[in-house]
Design a protein around this ligand. Structure first.
Ligand SMILES: Nc1ncnc2c1ncn2[C@@H]1O[C@H](COP(=O)(O)OP(=O)(O)OP(=O)(O)O)[C@@H](O)[C@H]1O
Length: 416
């Protein structure tokens, strides 16, 4: 078990982590998510005693890392796969680590086998690819057969086979009752690997809950409806759905995206309007959509459109040249693709849209504080807007520099 209480880290005037409190429990894979620069690595370094908290504390199995007897046998970590002496072979690197921790040398060959590096164990690690370096870092983490494992971006640079292997490794380690804490930006992978999520933005806790709850609370499902391509049919159905209180958005391929109505109701309304349906299918949001929706106000680094001034030759009659993409409608990280059309953002005050940026430290929070409601995710019509994590709409009586209170939850038995 890893437990953080009021963990804060400042580097000069920069607050990297603010007042983080969470538990990472054994027997689960806990995903640690957050935009670039949100404080994940800083938090992991504090867990491992590599950085000292400015305030608050973090313990592993009840003790600060530096007070753990034979810590490397108890906690294994992959933080920076490049932190290897390039002149040493993979085997030499692991032998050094094993010696320092009193781990028998035969264990080195075991972990080299586990990570698939046996064939290249005698080669200097400076010639290793990114993925091979990751495998070596994972081998080092497994060396002491630890009960607690931390992995910072473990699939970075791995090929699909490697990603699949890491997923299975994490799940197996958790099923053996170990504590597995893993950060990643690959949402599709996290959706397959993690049981529980801790999400931070600008150093603050945004969510602490099971994956299914997280998706349910931060996204909106919808129904996809397709009619025959006959004059007036879509318009007739759209009017009937609107009248019944549904939200209807035309898709580019002619289908209709319907929110706020259950599938049977849509079917009945179509029948009453004398409209045949060629498709009526439920669509559930992905972890990526839910994550984007939650963190859209806490992203520090956003791309802008590249105008390529002076580099673009207009095509005949303004057409796009082959291989030339039209400019995107929005920059990466913009809310439009993920925020359901017309739906209020769950964290915005009074159900409005979130401001483009989360507040700076010390400003009024954009995320209303309060505990996450316990129990199952909210039930609503199909595609009903997700319920807010927070009960209280008003800003807290915060201490100077205090940002939003975190959204936390303690579910899990039913998470997977
Ligand atoms: N040693 C340091 N000195 C000063 N600032 C630091 C230091 N380490 C981290 N920071 C800052 O703290 C913030 C959090 O950084 P951190 O590396 O923990 O984020 P992260 O969530 O791991 O990011 P990424 O997803 O990009 O790896 C960043 O603004 C970073 O610049």
């Amino acid at each position: 078990m890893i437990e953080a209480r009021g963990l804060t880290k400042r580097y000069g005037t920069k607050t990297a982590v603010y007042n983080l409190s969470f538990q990472v429990r054994p027997g689960l894979v806990t995903g640690f998510l957050g935009p670039n620069g949100s404080g994940k690595s800083t938090t992991m370094r504090m867990i491992l005693g590599l950085d000292t908290p400015t305030s608050g504390e973090v313990t592993v199995s009840g003790r600060p890392y530096r007070q753990l007897p034979n810590a490397p046998r108890h906690v294994g970590a992959l933080l920076d796969a490049k932190a290897v002496h390039g002149g040493r072979s993979a085997r030499q690197h692991l032998l050094c680590l094993a010696q320092l921790s009193g781990i028998p040398a035969r264990r080195v060959d075991e972990v080299l086998g586990v990570v698939g590096l046996k064939e290249v164990a005698g080669k200097r690690s400076k010639g290793f690819s990114l993925g091979m370096g990751q495998r070596l870092g994972i081998a080092a983490a497994l060396l002491g057969d630890p009960q607690v494992l931390l992995f910072d971006e473990p699939v970075n640079g791995l090929d699909p086979e490697g990603i699949h292997w890491v997923r299975n490794l994490m799940r197996r380690l958790a099923s053996e009752g170990r504590t597995v804490f893993v950060s990643s930006h690959l949402m599709s992978e996290m959706a397959l690997t993690a049981d529980h999520l801790i999400v931070i933005g600008r150093g603050q806790l945004l969510a602490d809950m099971g994956v299914k709850d997280f998706i349910a609370r931060n996204s909106t499902g919808y129904a996809l409806v397709r009619t025959p391509d006959e004059p007036g049919v879509r318009e007739k159905l759209t009017a009937a759905l609107h009248e019944a209180g549904g939200g209807v958005q035309p898709e580019q391929d002619g289908a209709l995206r319907v929110t706020g109505l259950e599938l049977p109701r849509i079917s009945d309304l179509a029948h009453q309007a004398d409209v045949r349906l060629w498709e009526l299918s439920p669509h559930h949001a992905s972890l990526e959509e839910a994550y984007m929706r939650l963190t859209q106000g806490a992203v520090d680094y956003r791309s802008t459109h590249d105008p390529r001034a002076g580099f673009q030759q207009p095509g005949p009659q303004g057409q796009t040249l082959p291989g030339q993409l039209p400019p995107p409608a929005t920059g990466y990280g913009q809310p439009q693709p993920y925020a359901p059309q017309g739906a209020p953002h769950p964290y915005a005050p009074q159900g409005g849209q979130l401001p483009p940026q989360a507040p700076a430290y010390g400003q009024a929070p954009a995320y209303p504080p309060g505990p996450v409601p316990q129990g199952p995710p909210p039930q609503g019509g199909f595609g009903a807007p997700p319920a807010p994590h927070h009960a209280a709409p008003a800003a807290p009586a915060a201490p100077p520099q205090a940002p939003a209170a975190p959204a936390t939850d303690q579910p899990d038995a039913e998470d997977r």
